[in-house]
Design a protein around this ligand. Structure first.
Ligand SMILES: NC(=O)c1ccc[n+]([C@@H]2O[C@H](COP(=O)([O-])OP(=O)(O)OC[C@H]3O[C@@H](n4cnc5c(N)ncnc54)[C@H](OP(=O)(O)O)[C@@H]3O)[C@@H](O)[C@H]2O)c1
Length: 333
């Protein structure tokens, strides 16, 4: 049986559907019943609501060791997707706990349980820092602790260290490092945060765009590749999963055009982004709100990072979906 963590999240829900469609028997852990409904909505979005009943749900928390002990009974393969994604500095401790300690727990149970292969969903945030003579960030690019990193990036990097420790202790592992994951574009939202939140902002008339860029990838590619890697003889490697390096403005325009709403028109230059994060800091402190723009996210919005996807293309012969086509086509679901 396959164990999936984070099955009530964006990646885990899509992964559960893919696993079931491929005849796998799956157990998914959840923390509260309400969030299971999000997974159901994902299945229904793809008109596969009938398959939802095939999930063996079990209440467990990756930080709660006794609950994991039960979750690991009769498990052969593990996909660890659960994580906290937050750029709010107030979440620093919880990020480290959930992402590093939670992953350490998953690795420890996998070693003890003789798990055949362990897939960890990491992020391009955990890849290294480009040196002046380099152009592309690859799986081999060194992490430079002297450079500024978001708490989220540090927590995902720390989580990867736990997975590599598992490898040293005899566990076969695969790490995938996806870029920003695109899900089907829709005016109705299933998930509150991440890309779904961005779609809603565009619907509501988002005015600003930036000329920064990063790697984007369609959820269907992420899931397909994770499964292929787990089924292959490839092990103890990590793979960057991005279809392309794309400018934020271009992605926002495609989303706006697909949803038939106005494109963002104001170029938010670095100066404006820095003003916005400081304004957000003051606003959140005054009104006890969660931070929406932080120094790290403001910087990321105008950074131009280039990631290479050559390694996965060579390993599996992957042909990625074009992200603009994916956005347009996914809206027809
Ligand atoms: N979304 C992206 O663009 C993106 C890009 C690159 C990498 N990733 C990585 O992909 C993975 C999945 O991301 P996502 O977008 O699916 O995130 P998400 O939608 O926020 O889902 C997070 C999942 O983790 C679970 N979780 C959090 N803390 C937990 C805990 N202590 N015990 C058990 N489960 C816990 C959540 O459960 P609850 O429902 O109970 O909260 C939820 O199922 C993460 O590792 C993330 O770093 C995501």
């Amino acid at each position: 049986m396959v164990l999936v963590t984070g099955g009530t999240g964006l990646v885990g829900a899509h992964l559960l559907l893919h696993l079931i469609e491929n005849g796998e028997s799956v157990r998914a852990i959840y923390r509260n019943q309400y969030n299971i409904q999000k997974t159901k909505l994902v299945f229904e979005l793809y008109k596969k609501g009938d398959l939802f009943e095939k999930i063996n749900w079990l209440e467990a928390d990756i930080l709660d060791v006794p609950s994991l002990e039960i979750a690991f009974i009769d498990i052969d393969y593990v996909y660890h997707c659960a994580a906290l994604i937050s750029f709010d500095p107030k979440d620093e401790d919880l990020l480290r706990k959930t992402n590093i300690e939670g992953t350490a727990n998953m690795v420890n149970f996998s070693i003890a349980g003789g798990i055949k292969k362990f897939c960890f969903v990491s992020s391009i945030a955990a890849l290294g820092d480009i040196a002046p003579h380099e152009t592309y960030i690859t799986e081999e690019t060194d992490w430079n602790p002297e450079k500024p990193h978001s708490d989220y990036a540090i927590s995902k990097y720390g989580a990867e260290m736990e997975v590599w420790r598992g490898l040293q202790e005899g566990l076969d592992v695969i790490i995938i490092n996806p870029g920003v994951i695109l899900v089907p574009v829709s005016k109705t939202k299933i998930f509150d945060e991440g890309i779904s939140e961005l779609y809603q902002k565009v619907v509501k008339g988002l005015k600003f765009y930036t000329m920064g860029s990063t790697g984007f990838v369609a959820i269907s590619d992420v899931i397909k590749i994770a499964y292929e890697l787990m089924k292959s003889n490839i092990k103890n490697e990590r793979f960057t999963l991005i279809a392309d390096n794309t400018v934020f403005r271009d992605i926002l325009n495609t989303i706006a055009d697909t949803l038939k709403v106005k494109r963002p028109t104001i170029h938010a230059k670095p100066l404006l982004m820095n003003f916005l994060w400081m304004a957000d800091l003051i606003f959140s402190a005054l009104f006890f709100q969660k931070r929406r723009i932080t120094k790290a996210t403001a910087k990321a919005s105008y950074s131009k990072n280039l990631y290479s996807n050559e390694k996965i293309k060579t390993a599996l012969g992957t042909v990625f979906l074009d992200v603009h086509h994916y956005i347009k086509d996914s809206s027809k679901l």
